[in-house]
Structures are given as structure tokens and as C-alpha cells.
Write a protein that binds this ligand. Sequence first.
Ligand code: ATP
Length: 461
Amino acid sequence: MAKLTLDQMASFTKSRGFVYPSSEIYGGFAAVYDYGHYGILLKKNIESMWFKSMVQDRDDVYALDSGIFMHPLTWKASGHLDSFNDVLIEDKVTHKRFRADHLIEEYFEKKGEKVDMDKKSPEEMTKIIIENKILSPDGNELTAPRNFSLMIKTNLGVTDGSFSDENAVYPRAETCQGIYLDYKAVMDSLRPKLPFGIAQIGKAFRNEIVARQFIFRTREFEQMEMQYFLHPSEMDSKYEEWKQYRHKWFIEMGIPEDKIRFKEHTKLAHYASKAFDLEYNFDILGGFKEVEGIHARGDWDLSQHQKFSGVDLTYFDQERNEKYLPNIMETSVGLNRLFLMFLDNAYTEEEVNGEKRIVLKLDKRLAPVKISILPLSKKEPLSTIAHEIKNTLRKTFFVEYDETQSIGKRYRRADEIGTPYCITVDFETVNDKKVTVRDRDSMKQDRVEIDKLEEYFKGKF
Ligand code: ATP
């Protein structure tokens, strides 16, 4: 198992059609990435496995797709306009920017010490930097740490091209606000009983200070969030249930138990009662990093939106004969971070007959292409037989047809994008109406009748 650096992973995914840097012909555009053919297929599969687990498999979660733009008061009510900040620090010479908490953490990590930077203010960070004489990674002095808003500000509907603060709107910095705003519409239309959840997948935008971590941290990214509305007395039990439910999902999707762990937040936002992150041990990032947050948020969100909108958001609980503002707990995971996590976990280098083989050992359900069909020759009758197999199987599976270059090279291409099965149509096929099916991981080969292929693969997926 070879370890890649983040740059090597970026170049691997680019060359195999997964992820491209944005605007490359203009010299690139920091912290934005485009997804190519195989990237989209992988992303869609991750999304649909999350959606299946969070919505399809449950009776108590509804789906939503709210707008990226919301009424600007949303962000005043949520507290984002006042306090959705990271602490920025700059190298006085190179003007390179850093997140102060990360810079301090790395400084102590290098000394083999741990430091807790959860929710530290710029003043507290200044003190730590002065006391420890911390310099930039290039050995230069640092500017004083200061708050830096992660909200992106723009104008909609301004006709003269100027920017006005009065008309400021904000592409959402998190998808969950759309869920809070539509909570009443969901209640009025679907009439769910508490406890229940609303789940959505969509883009979020943050003016991140540092954008040097490939798709781990980008300024435009996708979140998959579920907000669960409940009676305050149920918070502890439901929180624990969801924590375990989400952990199980990672294991079921092929993440080894020892590569995923919970980290409890030591300092909580004033409205929160519990916060755990699910962390994955990234080879390419050299350690455990957050992929998902699971937070108990009390009634903060609905009470703020009730206050700012003037609309009653309370719930009348018939069973309890009680009217109250539901409490909320959320599970919030980054789709792009999961994408990187699955690639990190799947990327494998092996030696086969003295040659290096790169293979993505992705869970079959996540693999972009399920079956690759490889006729040994472009000529008839192999070509017609192979096309017929393709047309039959594509009704059920995402298949690919590949007839260029040697069979060895074609196997390699399929392995590198994680295709679980390859079908070779050879000259013997003409006589025995059978094909060879090769398994990506074991490389074992089965001889299977063409007529039985569909059944064969249904048993495999
Ligand atoms: P971090 O501490 O890494 O900045 P966060 O705690 O601010 O993350 P949340 O606001 O809890 O993140 O968002 C939930 C999830 O969304 C994160 O666990 C992560 O997977 C994803 N996420 C957050 N910011 C980004 C980003 N800039 N790029 C990609 N994914 C992100």
C-alpha cells in the first residue's frame, strides 16, 4: 500500500478524469475544482448511498432541496453575519495567509505536544504566539491574528453594476439554514409527527482563508445534512442513536474501524449541548481529520428564526399535550471530503508479476463503472458479440466499452478507476458462448455463459 501525497493524489485524479483544477487555461482558480466523468459517477454514488441510508431506509426523514440564496436576514438570525469567522494570520514578509488555529496546532504538533484551539479568540491566540515566539513556516514574523468572515457577499438585482451593502445577499455558507426556513412548510404540507428529520444535499460557499488542500477544503463545496427535530427530553437518546447510525454507515461503506473515530468538542457554541466530529485517518493528509459533524443545537435555530421572522414556529405535541419549539440535532458531512476519503482509502499499489498495479479498491456500490467490456479484437464477430453484451448489461449496470490497446493496458485502466469486473470476449466465445469475467481485487477469472451474465452480476452487486 503506497502512500500518495496530496499533490500526487490531485495529479492522479486529474489524469484519470475524476477531478480537474478550475480554470486551468487561465492559470487556475484557487480552491475550486471541477469533477470529470468518473468523478461525477463516484460523487453520485456516494450521494445516493447517503440518501438511501438517511431517507429511503427510514420512515422519519424527508428530503428537501432549498435555494442557495435565502433572505439575507437568515444570516443575521443564524449568527453567521456576526460570528462566522476564522482567525487569519499573515507572514509579514511573504504575505502568505494562514488559519491561526491551524498554524499554532502544527507548531505544537511538531514539538510532539497537543494544544486545544477550539473556539479560541484572536486575543488568546496572540498570547500563545507571543509566549511561544511562533513564526511562520518560512521563519518570518506574523501579523496579529484577526477575525475573518467566511461569508461571501454579493448583490442580486442591482441594475447599475455598483455594489451596495444595503442589497447584500449571501450564497449559503451551510445548507441547513434552508432546512430551518422550510421547517414550517414541511410541517404544513407533510404533517410529520416529532421526532422527524429533513435531509438535503447541496452546495455551500465559504471564503476559506487557506485553500491549499485539494478538495479537502474548497471555497465551493457540497454538504449532505440532516436536521432532526425532537422534544428536548429525547435529545440524549436520539443523539446517541444517530451517532452510532452514522458511524455504522462509514463501516458499511468499507472504511476500516481503526481509520474512523469520534472526537468530542471541548468547547461548545453557547447554544449547543453536544458536538462530536467523525474523523478519518487520511494517508494523504498524514492523520485524522474531520469529515462529519454531529451536533446537538438545542432550540437555537428555530428560536432565532422565529424571533427575526415573527412567525410562530412552535409545535403542538398532541401526545404530550404540550406546545414547544422543537430542539434540533444535526448530522453534517462534506460530500467532497467523503470523496477524498474514499479515494484515500481505496488507492492501492500492488506488485503483480514484477509490475506495479494501481487499483482503486472502492466498495462496488461506489465504483464509477461497474463492468468494463473488453473484446480481444476490434474485428467481427467479437465486436458484435461484445456490443450486444454491453447493450444488455447497461440496462441494469453502468458499463463501459473499451477496445483500444492491449488487454493488459485495458485491465490496468479499469483497475485505476476502480471497476470491479471486466468481461473479456475472446475467440473461444464464438464457439462456447462464454466470456471471461475478471475480479478487480482477486484478479481471479470466471468463465460465464453470456446468457447468464445478468444473473451473475445481480448476485455480485
Ligand atoms: P472545518 O473545521 O474543517 O473548517 P467545519 O467544522 O467548519 O469544518 P462544518 O461547518 O461542521 O465544518 O461543516 C460540516 C462538514 O462540511 C465538515 O465536516 C466537512 O466535511 C464539510 N466542509 C466544511 N467546510 C468545507 C470546505 N471548505 N470544503 C469542503 N468541505 C467542507
